[in-house]
Every structure is written in structure tokens, then in C-alpha cells.
Design a protein around this ligand. Structure first.
Ligand SMILES: [Fe+2]
Length: 256
């Protein structure tokens, strides 16, 4: 999910202040078993319903290795590839912190995983959403660069008092986008790729709208953060969406 702003009375801090140790050793045997269960279930559910670079990223980053990934080991593969690295956080971080992280090729990952009794209900993103949903595409050079650029756009938009515009763009590109690939409708967004219920729903439901993606459409299309989306924006191709977002200057976002 977009790591939404939380009310705080503290004075603003920099993003490194939100980073905590992952404490990989503190994950229990059941935590690792929950990861394995979620991973196996989601890979089977997705099949080839997700864009090919996502599946490539799973392989490249060895996410099929059993158990909750150790961020140190993950970063040792990811960082030399695209310059991105993961850091652990305790939960949601404010939008300005989240976008500042993205702008520096840093992706925050919850240092916890859901419990077995709540496999399909999340109050906030856990490490399965963050790692399984987001990290495979950050091994894709162009998509990784698009995500970094969204971070910079987000920081600039927030400074201009228009952060919601980039939040909506982020939501409709990184979290809940669909994309055409060789003519077929596929999942692109992390929120869909990591969701057991919404993955198929987004592709197959007759009760939702699927509209062509454009930056101007994304910037102005509201979203739901606590329910399935009533509409999805569909990229004509991953490459086209990446190019469109990368071509944006901060002032462009404010003009739509
Ligand atoms: Fe997310």
C-alpha cells in the first residue's frame, strides 16, 4: 500500500530516523512458515497473470528461498543491479518520508509479518506485501528508475502542498495498475500482485471500471485504501507508462 501519512506532533525528521534493524533472527518458525504459505499460494494464484518482469524479479532476487527474506542478503543482489536497497521500518511512514526514501532508491519494508489467523486481512503493509509485491519490479531497471522519479515528484509535490496528486499517481502506477503485455491484460501493481483476493478480481470482475492509464488520469483519479478498487487504470504497456512518468517534471504534476 501507499505508506500513508500518520498524524504526528513531533517535529519533522529525516527518513534515516525511521529505519530500524530488521532483526531477522527474531522471526519465529511460524513467521517463516507463514511467509512460505503466502509465497506458495500467491505464486500459484498469479501464474502468468502478472507482467513478465515481475516473475523475472522473483527469480533474480531468489525470493523463492524458504522463509522471510533477510534484507542484507536481498540487498546484496538488488543493490548492484539497480542501485535500490531495502530498509526495515516498524510500520507506516509519513508520505514525505516515504517519497524521500524512494527518491534515494530506498524501499521501506515492515519488520513484521501477518499472523496465520489473519492471512488475508492487513491493517498495514507487512513484509510480505512490501517484499513480494514491490521488490521484484525494483530489479527491473526502467521500472526502478520510474519509482525513484516518483519519489522525487512526491517530495516536490508535498512541498508545494499538492502531495495527494503524486499519491494518486503512485497508487495508479505502482500499487494498483494493470498493464497490457502482448495484448493480454496483466497485473502490474504491487497491491494487486500481493493480494490473494484482489489479484483475480482486478482482472476478471465485471463490476469494476478499467480505464486507459495516463498520467493526467492517474493524478485525478481517487482511490480506496481500505477496500477493493472500483476502477483500475490499464497501461498500454509497461514501457509506455515508464516513459510517460519519467518525462514528468515536478511542475507538470501540478498542472494536470
Ligand atoms: Fe505498497
Amino acid at each position: 500500500m501507499l505508506h500513508r501519512a500518520t498524524a504526528t506532533k513531533q517535529r519533522p525528521r529525516g527518513w534515516p530516523d525511521y529505519v530500524v534493524p530488521q532483526n531477522w533472527e527474531s522471526f519465529t518458525d511460524d513467521d517463516h512458515a507463514v511467509w512460505d504459505l503466502l509465497f506458495a499460494r500467491q505464486v500459484e494464484l498469479l501464474g502468468t497473470r502478472v507482467v513478465t518482469p515481475f516473475l523475472d524479479g522473483i527469480d533474480l532476487l531468489r525470493l523463492s528461498h524458504p522463509g522471510v527474506p533477510d534484507l542484507v542478503e536481498l540487498n546484496a543482489i538488488l543493490e548492484p543491479r539497480t542501485g535500490w536497497r531495502t530498509v526495515a521500518v516498524t510500520g507506516l511512514v509519513p508520505d514525505e518520508i516515504f517519497f524521500a526514501m524512494l527518491g534515494e532508491r530506498v524501499f521501506p519494508v515492515g519488520n513484521f509479518i501477518r499472523k496465520r489467523k489473519e492471512l488475508d486481512y492487513l491493517e498495514e503493509p507487512d513484509c510480505f506485501h512490501d517484499l513480494f509485491g514491490h521488490i521484484p519490479m525494483l530489479a527491473h531497471h526502467d521500472y526502478a528508475e520510474m519509482t525513484r522519479h516518483l519519489g522525487e515528484l512526491g517530495v516536490a509535490a508535498i512541498a508545494a502542498g499538492e502531495g495527494d496528486r503524486v499519491a494518486r499517481l503512485y497508487w495508479h502506477s505502482v500499487e494498483f495498475a494493470l498493464a497490457r503485455e502482448h495484448g493480454e491484460l496483466k497485473i502490474l501493481g504491487a497491491g494487486l500482485a500481493s493480494s490473494f483476493g484482489e489479484a483475480h478480481f482486478s482482472l476478471e470482475s465485471n463490476a469494476v471500471e478499467r480505464l486507459p492509464f495516463s498520467v493526467s488520469k492517474a493524478v485525478n483519479t481517487p482511490y480506496k485504501h481500505d477496500a477493493f478498487q472500483p476502477r483500475y487504470l490499464v497501461s498500454e504497456s509497461l514501457e509506455k507508462t515508464v516513459a510517460e512518468v519519467l518525462g514528468l517534471r515536478p511542475e507538470d504534476v501540478l498542472a494536470f
